[in-house]
Unconditional design. Structure first.
Length: 313
């Protein structure tokens, strides 16, 4: 009786592989949780716990005087939210904030995209210098900027003097309810177009040059390349910039607070500024409710933007 020798490779294949020991897998899991622990602690202490506490406060009638007697605070449910939408000031501030978003976001994106196109097609040696100059408003101290803008748009300020030099009488920009809001929005656009410019420039530089060369060989001009190549390929960047700017303008606070203080006659007051005033007045329950209304607005608008633009990305 003869036996056939089995090759060594087949004998090796026939031996089933053993799973990794449970002890080593448990050790790797423990190490992973150890590395995640610092972030988890920071997130828990500075985000999760304050958020839950603020939500709890928004469902009570707590005020500044109640801090000494916390057991006297009563649970009121959604009464604070109902009071908010019955407050004409809060409704006006929601409309003001919506105006910030509707006007500020397109202007900021348009300015950032236009500058990104110029820098992407300009001289490479000067691109870094111009990018630094245009990005400077983003990192400039907002208090100093607001003081300069107050002086520029004040009565007989720099803007009025420039208008007077060409024969026009300058208005009282910051004390006119119809003119104060455009000035505040313009300040927001000036402060944020640098962020949009950098993100759009990164997106433009990621587009392969071969695509433009092939389009040029097919007879496509600059406008057709922009419309059929650049804009479609920049949709992911456009979505990100749109969401970031929308979140910023929905929470706008620095510009109206420092430039006009929310005036004149509340024409530039935002929801964030309303929340700040409620907290300063000791209305902690109302302030917390207003902050969660802002969170709800940010969430809804962001989801809508993702729904509208996600299919095009």
């Amino acid at each position: 009786m003869t036996t056939t020798a089995v090759p060594a490779t087949e004998r090796t294949r026939a031996v089933p592989r053993t799973a990794a020991p449970r002890a080593s897998r448990g050790r790797r899991t423990a190490v992973a949780w150890l590395f995640l622990a610092p972030f988890g602690v920071v997130f828990l202490v500075y985000t999760a716990i304050p958020t839950v506490a603020a939500l709890a406060l928004s469902l009570t009638d707590i005020r500044g005087a109640d801090l000494r007697t916390p057991f006297a605070v009563d649970f009121t449910g959604i009464d604070n939210y109902l009071r908010l939408f019955q407050d004409d000031t809060f409704v006006r501030d929601i409309l003001n904030t919506a105006l910030f978003v509707v006007v500020g976001v397109p202007l900021t994106m348009g300015a950032g995209f236009a500058l990104a196109l110029v820098l992407n097609s300009g001289v490479s040696r000067l691109r870094g210098a111009f990018r630094t100059v245009f990005f400077a408003p983003v990192v400039t101290n907002v208090v100093a900027v607001a003081l300069i803008w107050q002086y520029a748009f004040h009565v007989d300020g720099t803007v009025d003097k420039l208008l007077g030099a060409v024969g026009f009488a300058g208005p009282n920009w910051l004390d006119d309810p119809d003119l104060a809001m455009p000035v505040v929005i313009l300040l927001g656009v000036w402060r944020n177009f640098g962020t949009a410019m950098v993100l759009f420039l990164a997106g433009l530089q990621a587009v392969p040059r071969d695509v433009y060369e092939a389009a040029a060989l097919d007879g496509a001009g600059r406008w057709r390349q922009l419309r059929h190549i650049t804009l479609p390929l920049l949709m992911p960047t456009t979505l990100m910039v749109s969401v970031l700017l929308t979140v910023f303008y929905l929470q706008v606070f620095d510009e109206p607070y420092l430039l006009t203080g929310g005036g004149p006659l509340g024409s530039t007051e935002s929801v964030a500024l309303y929340t700040y005033r409620q907290f300063g007045a000791g209305e902690f329950g109302m302030s917390s409710a207003a902050s969660f209304v802002t969170l709800a607005l940010v969430t809804v608008v962001s989801v809508v933007q993702f729904r509208l633009l996600r299919s095009r990305t």
